[in-house]
Design a protein around this ligand. Structure first.
Ligand SMILES: *[C@@H]1O[C@H](CO)[C@@H](O)[C@H](O)[C@H]1NC(C)=O
Ligand SMILES: *[C@@H]1O[C@H](CO)[C@@H](O)[C@H](O)[C@H]1NC(C)=O
Ligand SMILES: *[C@@H]1O[C@H](CO)[C@@H](O)[C@H](O)[C@H]1NC(C)=O
Ligand SMILES: *[C@@H]1O[C@H](CO)[C@@H](O)[C@H](O)[C@H]1NC(C)=O
Ligand SMILES: *[C@@H]1O[C@H](CO)[C@@H](O)[C@H](O)[C@H]1NC(C)=O
Ligand SMILES: *[C@@H]1O[C@H](CO)[C@@H](O)[C@H](O)[C@H]1NC(C)=O
Length: 422
């Protein structure tokens, strides 16, 4: 009986350990290339073009890396970041080619599909790479649409993890008219149509109807712009209040939803603090506080706390995120003042009762202090949603972390128990 239980526990413990380690085996192209300083520029641009996470998600691939010298030559043509993304994605083959396989290709030649081809950006058969074994042990590479020229050659293998990822050096970038074709720069992208297509149509339409705010947004795209656009439900509910604002107030409210710097999600997660907006003008601060709790980034004005719910575009110099609430600046909405009980100090308000035990019980003190602020803002904005949402979210996060923690404890306990029985 005991033996059986012990066996079960041991099996469970082993299973849990295997589950825990399985996820750690995935490759990380950034980390692998960090060991090869000659490829730091290539590595940097895999990150900037957001190709690195796409590479990490795939298995059975070959990355044809080019060294810093060859990369600088490529960069000297000043391709836009989107064009560069196309060019570099042509260097990611969707098949595994280690050094050995490269030198022993069946019939001496093969066509490999690439990530460029897989994105659907490449027209027709463009986006395939021809690999051919040549005389004297050379291996030639050429983009299929390049008139049969094999202008790049295999240099050496940098890292091989069969059959997940092979990273090889080739002598120079693969020329390809299709990949090098200019793609629209962010400044030419239509801000409002990006927003409209992804659940922020009401905000986009409102922005289009305000020429002042619209031109402020457009003027900032080239130098860096991050927009936080409220989702349709939130902005629709806010429209009556918006219509009540003066023309200048309307423009400021819209401009309050963007900042004149590019902020990637990683930057938002690591830089907590005050953020100026397009509406900031000397004494009129129009700022808000960026604060993250785990993976969740929140934007706090004195009146409302909004959460970032999605990314519509994140390509230096332009980022557009969706948020779940309209940001209300205190310069336009002095909401908390007239209400009789604005308790900024985290007093244990009775209204908190249903949700606070869970929060207080498991969450860090800092979050508990935040809770009253959330509750307080709820009436000013959308009645009960806000409080409910923040409570749900907090618990969800706790449960997730808690579950992992419990697993680890369980394995340790199971192992200890097993040994004690031996
Ligand atoms: C290859 O990738 C699979 C799936 O991600 C993983 O389970 C396996 O451990 C990897 N192999 C190596 C040698 O990293
Ligand atoms: C990959 O490695 C880089 C550098 O070591 C690190 O910053 C990044 O977070 C890693 N990515 C993942 C998904 O682990
Ligand atoms: C190799 O060449 C032979 C004869 O031309 C052909 O039948 C075969 O399909 C080729 N194999 C590959 C992998 O292309
Ligand atoms: C690759 O290119 C070479 C040289 O142009 C050509 O002879 C060969 O047929 C091509 N291979 C394939 C599989 O298309
Ligand atoms: C953006 O697209 C909308 C319609 O989708 C159009 O009305 C507007 O003029 C466009 N704006 C720019 C700057 O091209
Ligand atoms: C609009 O302003 C008037 C006058 O200040 C006020 O009575 C009314 O409640 C406001 N409406 C909204 C929806 O805020």
């Amino acid at each position: 009986m005991q033996r059986l239980r012990l066996a079960n526990l041991a099996a469970l413990a082993v299973t849990l350990l295997l589950l825990a380690t399985a996820t750690t085996h995935a490759h990380n192209i950034t980390r692998i290339l960090e060991k090869h300083p000659d490829f730091s520029t290539f590595n940097k641009y895999l990150t900037l073009t957001h190709l690195a996470p796409e590479i990490n998600q795939r298995t059975t691939i070959t990355v044809c890396a080019i060294d810093n010298g060859a990369m600088n030559e490529l960069l000297s043509k000043h391709p836009s970041i989107n064009t560069l993304k196309n060019i570099l994605s042509l260097h990611v083959l969707l098949d595994y080619f280690g050094a050995k396989k490269l030198h022993q290709i069946t019939n001496g030649t093969a066509l490999a599909a690439t990530m460029f081809q897989a994105t659907g950006t490449a027209p027709g058969s463009m986006g395939f790479v021809n690999i051919t074994d040549l005389r004297g042990g050379k291996v030639g590479f050429g983009a299929e649409n390049n008139g049969g020229a094999l202008s790049a050659f295999f240099v050496k293998s940098l890292e091989e993890i069969p059959y997940n990822i092979s990273i090889i050096q080739i002598s120079k970038p693969l020329p390809s008219a299709a990949a090098e074709a200019p793609t629209p720069a962010p400044s030419q992208q239509n801000l409002t149509s990006i927003m409209s297509r992804h659940g922020c149509k009401v905000f986009a339409d409102t922005l289009s109807a305000s020429p002042d705010a619209m031109s402020t947004f457009s003027d900032n795209v080239d130098g860096g712009l991050t927009v936080f656009c409220p989702m349709d439900d939130a902005f629709k509910a806010f429209l009556p209040k918006y219509k009540n604002l003066t023309a200048a107030g309307k423009a400021s409210l819209l401009e309050y939803h963007a900042t004149p710097v590019y902020e990637s999600m990683a930057m938002l997660k690591s830089n907590n603090g005050l953020m100026n907006t397009l509406a900031t003008d000397g004494a009129s601060k129009f700022d808000f506080t960026v604060q993250n709790d785990g993976d969740q980034v929140t934007l706090k004005t004195k009146i409302v706390t909004a959460k970032i719910t999605g990314t519509l575009i994140d390509e230096d110099p332009l980022a557009i995120y969706t948020i779940d609430k309209v940001l209300l600046p205190m310069e336009l909405f002095k909401a908390p003042a007239p209400s009789p009980a604005p308790a900024p100090a985290p007093e244990p308000a009775t209204a908190d009762a249903p949700s606070s035990p869970k929060k207080g019980g498991k969450k860090k003190k800092q979050k508990a202090a935040d809770a009253p602020a959330d509750e307080e803002t709820a009436p000013a904005d959308s009645p009960s949603d806000a409080a409910d949402e923040s409570a749900d979210d907090g618990n969800g996060a706790v449960r997730f972390n808690g579950a992992r923690y419990v697993n680890v404890i369980f394995v340790v306990v199971a192992l200890c128990f097993g040994f004690s029985l031996l």
